[in-house]
Design a protein around this ligand. Structure first.
Ligand SMILES: NC(=O)c1ccc[n+]([C@@H]2O[C@H](COP(=O)([O-])OP(=O)(O)OC[C@H]3O[C@@H](n4cnc5c(N)ncnc54)[C@H](O)[C@@H]3O)[C@@H](O)[C@H]2O)c1
Length: 349
């Protein structure tokens, strides 16, 4: 990778070096416009190993790194329950923030962070990577260009091969806030419309550690958009065959299908018993380009070269929809969401 001259690079630190953070760290280390100065994880050995690999400094305490005035921006990929405290500390220290989803676990907490970001004039970008995926972007451009006509139906599928660890699930917030939030954001972003009604269905089928209503493993969410279109989101934590993220917009004039074939390569194995394809297994594979692009975008926005995208306001909107889905599941009925996306309890139980 050809790096920009040192002086022109944005000095960045990253906290949390697990499944997602290690990937972001490697992208930060190889993005021309950044200098990865610190990697931080409470597991010192992990931080040491990644620091050595990426030629950066390491620490097991975010606060030490935040005190360094040379750091301009912080990438936060710690467990979701820690986001509020870490984002707030980073903003208070005058750093720009890229944070994995969800930005925080309640709308009140996100509002507090937004107020803080406005007061300190710092940027907050959230890890809604689908906005940076070439396939989803191409479908959105077609819709924007009028090629699909009026959208009638949106569909989004997100499935993982096997569930993350019990520890991850315990600190991730609700299923909707952790998982469906990607589809809810993609829905708003792709159609360019707000969602006004949500109804959620869920099941816990694969393992005794999943249970309703708090911790499902299979979910379907039906949504209605402000312009009248309907949407269906299906999610599974236990797809078995691989990681899959696919979507569709059925429109008046044309239908756009996104990511139908997510295979590792273009080889199909034909046998007497049938055809086989190597499906991608993990999110790292499916979204490698998007994860890199979102970080590059963040740095471009910090530098003032690009418009902010996947903002704190988007994080708030998506979380409010996730909460509406949770309420719908608990109350076994549709829940309407008003124009400012506040969940209405008009017909509360
Ligand atoms: N956008 C996506 O596709 C995607 C995919 C997976 C996870 N995520 C998000 O990324 C975040 C991290 O998820 P993950 O799967 O990488 O989790 P993980 O458990 O694999 O990693 C979390 C890391 O944070 C470290 N950590 C915990 N507490 C810390 C502290 N106080 N200080 C410093 N480090 C600390 C842990 O040691 C661990 O290495 C979550 O918010 C999750 O929602 C996003």
């Amino acid at each position: 990778v050809t790096k920009a001259p040192v002086k022109q690079r944005t000095n960045v630190a990253i906290v949390g070096l697990g499944r997602m953070g290690a990937l972001h760290a490697r992208n930060l280390a190889t993005t021309p416009a950044t200098r990865l100065v610190y990697v931080v994880d409470e597991q010192s050995e992990l931080a040491n190993r990644i620091a050595a690999e990426l030629d950066s400094k390491c620490s097991n305490k975010l606060d030490v790194v935040l005190a360094d005035p040379a750091i301009e921006a912080v990438v936060i990929a710690s467990p979701s329950r820690m986001h509020l405290r870490m984002v707030s500390s980073a903003l208070a220290a005058g750093k720009h923030v890229f944070c994995e989803k969800p930005l925080a676990l309640t709308p009140e907490d996100i509002r507090q962070l937004l107020t803080q970001a406005r007061a300190t004039r710092r940027l907050v970008q959230v890890g809604f990577h689908r906005r940076f995926d070439p396939d989803w972007m191409a479908a959105r451009e077609r819709l924007r260009a009028g090629e699909l006509g009026r959208p009638y139906l949106f569909r989004s599928t997100l499935r993982e091969r096997e569930p993350p660890s019990a520890g991850y699930i315990a600190s991730a917030g609700s299923f909707f806030a952790d998982f469906t939030i990607h589809d809810l954001d993609a829905a708003r972003w792709l159609l360019g419309e707000e969602i006004v009604e949500v109804q959620a269905f869920a099941a816990a089928l694969s393992d005794p550690r999943f249970e309703l209503p708090a911790s499902p493993d299979q979910v379907v969410v039906v949504v209605r958009f402000a312009g009248g279109a309907l949407g269906v989101i299906d999610n599974s934590r236990t797809a078995g065959y691989g990681y899959e993220c696919a979507g569709e917009v059925l429109g008046e004039r044309a239908t756009a299908r996104i990511g139908e074939r997510q295979t590792r390569h273009n080889v199909e194995l034909l046998t007497r018993r049938g055809a086989m394809r190597d499906y991608q297994l993990e999110f790292h594979e499916r979204f490698a380009a998007a994860y890199r692009a979102e970080i590059e975008h963040f740095v471009g926005a910090v530098r003032g070269r690009l418009e902010a995208e996947a903002t704190g306001e988007d994080a708030l909107a998506a979380l409010e929809l996730a909460i509406a889905a949770d309420r719908s599941l608990n109350a076994c009925r549709p829940v309407t969401v008003d124009a400012v996306r506040r969940v209405k309890e008009a017909d509360a139980v």
